[in-house]
Write a protein that binds this ligand. Structure first.
Ligand code: DC
Length: 210
């Protein structure tokens, strides 16, 4: 059983996915963390993403593992370091590269094969698993998303700066040529602007178990 949760940054996907997975006793895959880990590898090793041959050979050196909701890059737990402002700033560009998407989509399909699993991302219901059993598109007003990010992370950025950065990422993710952020035709829209986390989970749970 595959459940796809897609939507823009800060709509609450990963919080919802984690709690819902534990309620259903499913596994959970944070595909955004995979794009972030690859971005970290590229920045740490100063790889020119536009040198296609170098990029393709570099991807062969990347191993991603998961353990207790933490992502490991070549054996190192990077769950927290991949949330830095530097990586957040660069990840949209890295995730617009075709070779990187192909590399990670294949990995995501392999990880999820024959599992009961919830995947959150931008293209799960449209590209990775177009035949997913359930597809949800999680949205929320940008001001509310910015406030949640502001409260969640201790950042030097003001609320206005976070809102501007979310809007920029939404635009980049929605307008890229390959696998843009887009609602699958058959996805159910869940607007979390005025819902608590518990209410959101209840709503999704009722669709699945309803
Ligand atoms: O969900 P997140 O903010 O951690 O995702 C980080 C970035 O990765 C986001 O800007 C878009 C990209 N991403 C993607 O292109 N496809 C996915 N399936 C997941 C994330």
């Amino acid at each position: 059983m595959i459940i796809a949760l897609d939507g823009p940054s800060g709509a609450g996907k990963s919080t919802i996915a984690k709690l819902l997975a534990s309620k259903l006793n499913y596994e959970y895959l944070d595909t955004g963390a995979m794009y972030r880990a690859v971005t970290k590898y590229i920045l740490d090793n100063k790889i020119d993403i536009y040198d296609k041959n170098l990029l393709i050979s570099s991807l062969k050196n990347i191993r991603l593992d998961f353990n207790k909701s933490h992502i490991y890059l070549n054996g190192v737990d990077v769950e927290n370091t991949i949330r830095s402002e530097t990586i957040t700033k660069e990840v949209s560009e890295v995730s617009s590269i075709k070779e990187i998407r192909e590399f990670l989509v294949e990995m995501q399909r392999n990880i999820a094969k024959n599992k009961s699993i919830i995947l959150d991302g931008r293209d799960i219901g449209t590209v990775v698993f177009p035949n997913a059993d359930y597809k949800f598109f999680i949205v929320a007003d940008v001001k509310i998303r910015a406030k949640r990010r502001f409260d969640q992370y201790k950042s030097d950025q003001t609320l206005e700066q976070i809102e501007a950065s979310i809007l920029k990422r939404d635009q980049y993710d929605s307008n890229r040529k390959i696998s843009p952020l887009k609602k699958a035709k058959d996805a159910i829209i869940i607007d979390t602007s005025n819902l608590t986390i518990d209410e959101t989970i209840e709503k999704i749970y009722n669709y699945i178990r309803g």
